[in-house]
Design a binder for this molecule. Structure first.
Ligand SMILES: CC(C)(COP(=O)(O)OP(=O)(O)OC[C@H]1O[C@@H](n2cnc3c(N)ncnc32)[C@H](O)[C@@H]1OP(=O)(O)O)[C@@H](O)C(=O)NCCC(=O)NCCS
Length: 150
C-alpha cells in the first residue's frame, strides 16, 4: 500500500466530492460539526483553496482522506472508514502542521466531540494541548516561529 499526501488541485474537486458522498452521517458530523452534504460547487471551492489549504491522502491513486487548514490555524480532517487505523490521519495532521509553520501560523487548533477517541489519541500523540468542555474538545498546538534574520 503506497500512501501519498499532497495538496489538492482544482481538478481534484470530483474526487473530493466522491469522498464526501461516500461518508455516513456520523463522519460528516465529526468533520463539519453538523450533518452536511457537500455540493459539487462546494467541492470545487474546497479544491480551489482561497482562504485555506486542502491536502488529500491517496492510496494507490484513490483519495481516501482529506484535511483542510484555514488561514486562522483551524483545521479538520476525515479518513475513509476502510482506511483508518493505518496512520493516514496522523500523516495528514503532520502535513497540516508543516504547512502552518511555513505559513507563519503560530497556533493550530481543531474542535471535535470529546467521545472522538481516535482524534483525541492522534492529537495527544502529536503534542496537542486538549481542553474538554462538556461534550466538546478543543485541541491546540503552539508552533515555534522561525526567525530569519536578513
Ligand atoms: C480521526 C480520524 C481522522 C483518524 O484517522 P486514522 O487514519 O484512523 O488515524 P491514525 O491511523 O493515524 O490513528 C490515530 C490514532 O487513533 C487510534 N485509533 C484509530 N481508530 C481507532 C479506534 N476505532 N479506536 C481506538 N483507537 C483508534 C490509532 O490507534 C492511532 O493511535 P496510534 O498511532 O497510537 O496507534 C478518523 O477516525 C476520522 O476520519 N474520523 C471521522 C472524522 C473526524 O473525526 N475528524 C476529526 C475532526 S477534527
Amino acid at each position: 500500500m503506497s500512501t501519498t499526501i499532497r495538496k489538492a488541485r482544482e481538478e481534484d474537486w470530483r474526487k473530493i466530492y466522491e469522498l464526501y458522498a461516500s461518508l455516513d452521517e456520523e463522519d460528516l458530523y465529526l468533520r463539519f460539526f453538523h450533518f452536511y452534504r457537500m455540493s459539487e460547487e462546494e467541492a470545487k471551492e474546497l479544491a480551489k483553496g482561497k482562504d485555506h489549504v486542502t491536502f488529500l491522502a491517496e492510496v494507490d491513486g484513490k483519495v481516501v482522506g482529506e484535511a483542510t487548514l484555514y488561514n486562522n490555524g483551524e483545521f479538520s480532517l476525515v479518513v475513509d472508514r476502510g482506511y483508518r487505523g493505518r496512520g493516514i490521519g496522523t500523516l495528514l495532521v503532520r502535513r497540516v502542521i508543516e504547512e502552518a509553520r511555513a505559513m507563519g501560523i503560530e497556533l493550530v487548533k481543531f474542535y471535535t466531540l470529546s467521545e472522538n477517541y481516535p482524534m483525541v489519541v492522534l492529537a495527544k500523540k502529536l503534542g496537542f494541548f486538549l481542553s474538554f468542555n462538556e461534550d466538546e474538545v478543543k485541541g491546540e498546538l503552539k508552533l515555534k516561529v522561525l526567525c530569519v534574520n536578513s
